[in-house]
Design a protein around this ligand. Structure first.
Ligand code: ACM
Length: 464
């Protein structure tokens, strides 16, 4: 409230007298719900959980004027509010460009303001490995660093990695202490951080640091792990063990998307694996890997989440599917009685352009996803029966950062589209109204400058 109005609040115990009262209690049916009641003396925010009360506070923050020194008047209201979906996510790719932990905290502030409760971090990809793993130091001494500062220069100029500390090294990673700090910061905001460790593809950086995990054992040659080699499973399980120690999230995201599978048909170990396990094609070989990793995660009390390609070759028995190539994968998974997170590129890829006047926009990956289209998304497929619809657990937007090197550009691509995302995740469709949303947006945009935008990063300064 101080940032928005310049006024400070005194904190004291008790529920008497004038003030803003926060209390636990109320309808336990909706654990993340809250009641916000404004009377002449008090603003009372109550909820069955601390998360519910926290969301009530966010609604209050959105309701006060953004102006220094003015008196604040609120209408007498009683709001009873709860979310439509239990999984309300946003994804950020920190591999293509590395964003430091202070910026990730700023992102978490934005998620919290919009009542999102999952931050999916894409921690590993060809462009850089971003998390310290004690057992495999080359991942951060080498695979976290590359020759050029921007993804585009690196991609178009040989895609080389560099030793940490060398003069051409660009990139970075989160230490395990950084991760613990981020997880704690997220928990204070009722956000679960979901780590993504990519497999079997998008792994050029790993396979250059540890070439023995690829089919040909040559660095700079392959994107996919060798699925025939037991060393691959030893590596992935050791990495996931450290990841699970750091992240309390029930879901561990294992990627699974866009595997080229090019080296598997001619790899002796992969072919031997297929023969031994009776796998009829390379899709079933990928599925074999995902199944095994699921068994490992489940044995540690965690659940496997993967991109919709994990449907190909047969879904692992307990897997949750994140539907990104449109909604088809999510619909298919729900029919197979698997949980689904909808994040279709057709509505929720925030790396797409938001206007048609692309000359006036920062370069983006393509696409066209204006605010109104995001707002219009209805994640519950009408083609599913009510029983099947129960498997749609949530909604997430994704921000891939190939063309997004700076903090300010992340924020430009996300806000206000994240506001529209939040309405999809929280609000029942009969209460959605785009014109009303636009009215509310006028105030929200002022709040961005006070609360949500970060200060320019060193990369911002270098570009300008
Ligand atoms: C993805 O966009 N490759 C999941």
């Amino acid at each position: 409230i101080k940032d928005l109005t310049g006024k400070s609040l005194a904190v004291q115990a008790g529920t008497d007298g004038k003030g803003i009262i926060l209390q636990l209690g109320g309808n336990a049916e909706n654990p993340e719900g809250y009641q916000l009641k404004v009377t002449s003396d008090q603003v009372v925010i109550s909820g069955p959980t601390e998360a519910g009360v926290f969301y009530g506070i966010q609604t209050l923050r959105k309701s006060i004027p953004v102006a220094q020194g003015v008196d604040i008047a609120l209408p007498a209201v009683e709001i009873n509010d709860y979310p439509r979906f239990s999984y309300r996510g946003a994804h950020l790719d920190v591999s293509r460009h590395f964003f430091d932990k202070e910026f990730i905290k700023k992102q978490m502030d934005a998620l919290a303001y919009y009542k999102l409760n999952r931050l999916h971090l894409h921690l590993t990809d060809a462009a850089g490995w971003r998390i310290e793993i004690k057992k495999y130091p080359r991942l951060t001494e080498f695979a976290a660093w590359r020759e050029f500062p921007t993804w585009k220069e690196w991609w178009n100029n040989g895609r080389r990695y560099e030793e940490e500390g060398s003069k051409d090294a660009h990139g970075g990673y989160y230490t395990q202490d950084d991760i613990r700090e981020l997880v704690a910061y997220a928990q204070e905001r009722f956000i679960t951080v979901i780590p993504e460790i990519e497999m079997p593809a998008h792994s050029e950086e790993v396979l250059t640091a540890y070439p023995e995990l690829s089919c040909t054992h040559e660095p700079y040659k392959q994107a996919d792990f060798c699925v025939g080699n037991e060393k691959t499973f030893e590596f992935l399980e050791n990495v996931l063990t450290e990841v699970m120690e750091l992240f309390p999230s029930e879901y561990i995201h294992i990627g699974g998307d866009e595997a080229g599978k090019a080296s598997w048909p001619t790899c002796k170990l992969c072919q031997a694996r297929m023969k031994k396990e009776g796998l009829k094609d390379v899709n079933e070989l990928q599925s074999y890997l995902i199944h095994r990793i699921e068994v490992f995660l489940n044995a540690h009390g965690r659940k496997l989440l993967g991109w919709d390609e994990i449907l190909e070759g047969g879904l692992a028995p307990n897997a949750t599917v994140m539907s990104w190539r449109g909604e088809g994968g999510g619909i298919e998974a729900a029919k197979q009685k698997h949980d689904v997170i909808m994040s279709p590129n057709t509505y929720l890829y925030f790396d797409y352009y938001q206007s048609k006047d692309v000359e006036q926009e920062p370069e983006a990956i393509g696409g066209y996803l204006p605010l109104e289209r995001v707002y219009s998304y209805e994640p519950m497929p009408a083609s599913l029966t009510p029983e099947e619809q129960k498997y749609i657990k949530g909604v997430q937007a994704n921000l891939w950062t190939e063309y997004i090197p700076t903090f300010s550009q992340v924020e430009y691509m996300e806000l206000p589209r994240m506001a529209a995302l939040a309405d999809i995740q929280w609000t029942n469709p009969e209460h959605k109204d785009y014109q009303d949303f636009l009215q509310r947006l006028v105030r929200m945009v002022k709040i961005y400058d006070c609360l949500l935008y970060t200060s320019p990063s060193p990369r911002d300064k270098r570009q300008s």
